[in-house]
Design a protein around this ligand. Structure first.
Ligand SMILES: NC(=O)c1ccc[n+]([C@@H]2O[C@H](COP(=O)([O-])OP(=O)(O)OC[C@H]3O[C@@H](n4cnc5c(N)ncnc54)[C@H](OP(=O)(O)O)[C@@H]3O)[C@@H](O)[C@H]2O)c1
Length: 338
């Protein structure tokens, strides 16, 4: 356990100063089985005490429920938190495997008003396009997002799961503070195009699912056996069947590195994600998701771990050996379009 606050970093050129690790709030209302609201609230407060300032949500998380849940916390600490939310993705409650993606201007205008109302704030600090609708030119989408900045509804812009080329086209319209994409010991596809483009353009990288949706902590080894029926991870190819068995064996080098640092597996996964900042020379702010105060303590402590060359040599080869894609449908990801 620690009471030390984590260091801060600038979220891209011109972006706000934030704690070097953020908090993913999705699981508090959505995707990962039942939550305890009181415990989630305690998690938010503990994170803030430890210097976590970037809080990540989206309108899609529980059909607005996650934004509503976070609103009292944000209002109580408005000057100390950076609120990040997203538009573009709708998940129909009657069919959680389906995705509706909208990037058109009328939809964005409607989405931002709905998020502002649910969050009950005057301005969103970081507004992301959650998924890319290839039917709308990205310049048009970012053009409307830029209008929202000029109108004072939004402070900074972000994009999630965009390709390097899409990021470049967007940045030509308005400065982008951050790209949020999956990046972890298990998921490194963004290093080919997105990361070098972000570095060149002065854009920060916000790795989502840096704990491999919990798998990298060793807390579950099979979605079918270990997780509840409504858990979203049961739909993810790498956590089910033979893939899960093969992938669980890949945790061995992480165990070895963890033992040598007196750390947990999750801390090593987070330290690796954080260290990509040095490897690729750009700001990296992982946003591990948790609903437990003790886990926020564990996760933020990882910001103090420095991995050596021998550690990286054990950890770096893992990703290419992972069985199964990170989503059943990869067309919605940057890798699916690159
Ligand atoms: N842009 C996008 O498309 C996108 C996609 C997915 C996620 N996200 C964002 O990224 C955030 C983080 O991603 P994620 O939640 O999917 O995955 P993650 O951070 O890789 O893992 C979260 C899972 O790990 C567990 N966990 C956290 N800390 C732990 C620890 N120290 N020991 C053991 N287990 C631990 C959590 O359980 P408990 O909650 O029970 O602690 C949860 O089940 C989300 O909350 C969301 O805000 C964005």
């Amino acid at each position: 356990m620690t009471d030390s606050r984590i260091p801060t970093v600038r979220l891209g050129d011109g972006g706000p100063e934030v704690g070097v690790q953020g908090l993913g709030c999705m699981g508090m209302s959505f995707a990962y089985g039942p939550s305890d609201a009181q415990e989630s609230r305690a998690t938010l407060e503990r994170a803030l005490e430890l210097g976590v300032t970037l809080y990540d949500t989206a309108d899609a998380y529980g059909q607005g429920e996650n934004e509503r849940f976070l609103s009292p916390f944000f209002k109580a600490h408005r000057d100390d938190v950076v609120i990040a939310t997203k538009f573009a993705l709708a998940i129909p409650p009657d069919d959680p495997t389906r995705r509706i993606i909208r990037n058109d201007p009328p939809y964005i205008r409607q989405a931002v008003e709905a998020s502002l109302e649910r969050l009950d704030v005057d301005v969103i600090d970081l507004y992301y396009m959650h998924r890319r609708d290839v039917n709308v030119p990205i310049e048009e989408t970012v053009g409307v997002m830029a209008e929202l900045v000029r109108e004072g509804k939004v402070k900074h812009l972000g994009l999630s799961e965009v390709t390097g080329a899409e990021l470049r086209a967007a940045q030509a319209v308005h400065p982008i503070a951050a790209v949020q994409s999956e990046w972890s010991l298990f998921s490194r596809d963004i290093e080919a195009g997105v990361v070098p483009t972000a570095r060149e353009l002065g854009v920060a990288l916000v790795p989502y699912s840096p704990l491999g949706r919990g798998f990298l902590t060793g807390s579950f080894t099979s979605a079918e056996k270990d997780l509840t029926a409504d858990d979203f991870r049961r739909q993810m190819p790498r956590f089910t069947g033979d893939n899960a068995t093969a992938n669980a064996a890949l945790l061995e080098p992480i165990r070895k590195v963890a033992a040598s640092h007196g750390a947990t597996l999750g801390q090593i996964a987070l330290a690796w994600a954080q260290q990509q900042s040095t490897v690729h020379n750009l700001p990296v702010i992982p946003i591990p998701g948790t609903r437990k105060p003790t886990r926020v303590e564990e996760n933020t402590t990882a910001t103090r771990i420095v991995l050596g060359e021998e550690d990286m040599a054990l950890l770096d080869p893992i990703a290419e050996r992972v069985s199964g894609n990170r989503y059943a449908d990869m067309t919605f990801t940057s890798a699916g379009r690159e």
